[in-house]
Design a binder for this molecule. Structure first.
Ligand code: DX5
Ligand code: ZN
Length: 223
């Protein structure tokens, strides 16, 4: 459990890309706290989405923070691009390169909040020595690359460990992958306060469903 504010972060990975702008406006209106932007390179993960140019073109449609999840390796050459494109939080994977500390310095130097994501097999202890350099810690509860996968229960243990490592620091603890109203409560109990959800918000791509789905996740996460 956490005293940090609960935030719901719909992932535009599951948006209808033919109507991407309208899909972002719709989740903004429906009560999203963050807009979660999944960037994939077909190299670090086995799927390709979009880059900073597409992101920049939709940035002006909402004032909500852009929570940019970079599933790319290397990440460093692109950090400035995503900062310029309007990212508010830039998250890199701990597994994406040998110099995580340098990546975090570069994100901060660009004036953005810095996040680190951990794949399911990477221990929380990997962040012990950079915990004071981050604003967001993202526990992956699926193997990154695709929406619509099932939540990996071991993520709950990792969330609790991450919560203990964070302690009283003002760091968002985020979970990403397979999040539904059925498991959001358990994640919240483990200390999570930012809930990424792709298919459980955007599934079916009917804007009329977005507000009740965001509300259901928020209710489940509010202990
Ligand atoms: C997975 C992405 C997630 C994805 C979540 O690699 O990082 O953000 O969109 O989608 P769901 O909620 O459908 O698991
Ligand atoms: Zn993501």
């Amino acid at each position: 459990m956490t005293t940090r504010p609960i935030r719901i972060a719909p992932s535009i990975l599951s948006a209808d890309f033919a109507r991407l702008g309208a899909e972002i406006e719709a989740i903004d209106k429906a009560g999203a706290d963050y807009i979660h932007v999944d960037v994939m390179d077909g190299h670090f993960v086995p799927n390709i989405t979009f880059g900073a140019t597409v992101m920049a073109s939709v940035r002006k449609l909402t004032t909500k923070p852009f929570d940019v999840h970079l599933m790319i390796a290397p990440a460093d050459p692109y950090l400035a691009d995503f900062a310029r494109a309007g990212a508010d939080i830039i998250t890199v994977h701990a597994e994406a390169g040998p110099h995580l500390h340098r990546s975090l310095q570069a994100i901060k130097a660009a004036g953005k909040k810095a996040g680190v994501a951990l794949n399911p097999a990477t221990p929380v202890s990997a962040l012990e020595h950079v915990i004071d350099n981050i604003d967001l810690l993202l526990i992956m509860s699926v193997n990154p690359g695709f929406g619509g996968q099932s939540f990996i229960p071991a993520a709950l243990t990792k969330l609790a460990q991450a919560n203990a490592l964070i302690g009283a620091r003002p760091i968002d603890l985020e979970v990403d992958g397979g999040i539904t109203p059925e498991n959001a409560g358990a994640a919240a109990k483990a200390g999570c306060n930012v809930f990424v959800a792709g298919s459980s918000i955007y599934g079916g791509n009917d804007p009329a469903t977005y507000a009740p789905r965001i509300a259901a996740l928020r209710a489940a996460a509010t202990l």
